[in-house]
Design a protein around this ligand. Structure first.
Ligand code: NAD
Ligand code: UDP
Length: 323
């Protein structure tokens, strides 16, 4: 008998709440579930999300949107049945860590708490979107879920890393103390259409610089690595975890690992760009190597990333050109 996740082919009659619906990954997730015929309720305060992402979702009659700050006040959901809650609201770009640290810490702590309490009230299944950042600058490579991390509570990334670690701890506490049906995912670097052109993360930076003939800004000597996942592959991984029956964390991403310098050269070539590479200071605590070990997710599901880096860069470039 197969022990693999049984994925639903339709979610007709089910209601899904997505916190962060105006954002890059969450809006793509909303559209995926709308296409499975679920009713989707989106929440966002637009701190890093955009109205254009909501406009795409508003074309589906099963989508409703509430503009709200989830750590201040959730909408009144009395009388509304909710089956699944996805906790994805949080800024995620390192440039935001210095600009809006309080907002990041509050959404991942107080915001996640509010969503967990709503899940308890509605008897909904709850998924927390954590991050590979919980591993910090890892000493174990590739990173497995049992690695507890190498983090700096006082560093420039701490507002994000530590609040996501807190969100994981709180999610697990709700599971253990109240029996809430919970899932935790640790997302590795994901890119694709609907990211902000000025997001500050490496792929939008490099594509926009290459498109406009500007210098490509490699931080440090570019020998640090990341493993880049195209957004629809990430949504596939999230879906597999949500429909698994395991409350412990799952890495989600694509294990194809690039040095940042190689990623810069790849994008220059793919866009046939005249841009030159320039080297800038490496930010403090920038992780040196990062690659997900996907053994755990692949032991419970048939998940495998489908979109190559080449194809993903092509699609993302088309998106930025269309803006
Ligand atoms: P994003 O910024 O595009 O999306 C996050 C959304 O949350 C935004 O629309 C933002 O406005 C909203 N939001 C933030 N604070 C809010 C609040 N207080 N109330 C209501 N809405 C709020 O970022 P993303 O890259 O799509 O990330 C989505 C989730 O995935 C985040 O939780 C992030 O930490 C996690 N994640 C993403 C990556 C990645 O590579 N993209 C990696 C690891 C983890
Ligand atoms: N980076 C870079 N140039 C940029 C933006 C980022 O060299 O214009 C580097 C950054 O220092 C890091 C990697 O690219 O080593 C990934 O950065 P990103 O901000 O996308 O995400 P992180 O994985 O650091 O959270």
């Amino acid at each position: 008998m197969s022990t693999k996740v049984q994925l639903p082919t339709s979610l007709k009659g089910k209601t899904i709440l997505v916190a962060g619906a105006a954002g890059f990954v969450p809006s793509t997730l909303c559209e995926f579930y709308l296409n499975l015929d679920a009713k989707v309720i989106g929440l966002d305060n637009f701190i890093t999300g955009s109205q254009s992402n909501v406009d795409i979702l508003n074309k589906y009659e099963n989508f409703t949107f509430h503009e709200c700050n989830i750590y201040e006040k959730l909408p009144d959901f009395s009388g509304v049945e909710i089956d699944y809650i996805f906790s994805l609201a949080s800024p995620a770009s390192p440039i935001d860590f210095g600009l809006i640290p309080m907002e990041i810490m509050r959404v991942n702590s107080e915001g996640t708490l509010a969503l967990l309490e709503l899940a308890l009230e509605k008897k909904a299944r709850f998924l927390e979107a954590s991050t590979s950042e919980v591993y910090g600058d890892p000493e174990v490579h590739p990173q497995t879920e049992d690695y507890v991390g190498h983090v700096n509570t006082l560093g420039p990334r701490a507002c994000y890393d530590e609040s996501k670690r807190f969100a994981e701890a709180m999610t697990m506490s709700f599971h253990k103390k109240f029996g809430l049906d919970t899932r935790i995912i640790r997302i590795f670097n994901t890119y694709g259409p609907r990211m902000r052109p000025n997001d500050g993360r490496v792929i939008p930076n490099f594509i926009n610089q290459a498109m406009n003939g500007e210098d490509i800004t490699v931080y440090g000597d570019g020998s640090q690595t990341r493993s880049f996942c195209y957004v629809t592959d990430l949504v596939d991984a999230i879906h597999n975890v949500m429909f698994s029956d395991d409350p412990t964390p799952f890495n989600c991403g694509n294990p194809d690992e690039y040095t940042i310098l190689d990623a810069a050269k790849f994008i220059i070539k793919a866009l046939d760009s005249k841009s030159k590479i320039v080297f800038k200071d490496l930010p403090k605590d920038d992780p040196k190597r990062r690659r997900p070990d996907l053994t755990k997710l692949q032991s419970v599901s048939d998940y495998a990333p489908k979109i190559s880096f080449e194809e993903g860069i092509k699609r993302t470039t088309e998106y930025f050109k269309s803006l």
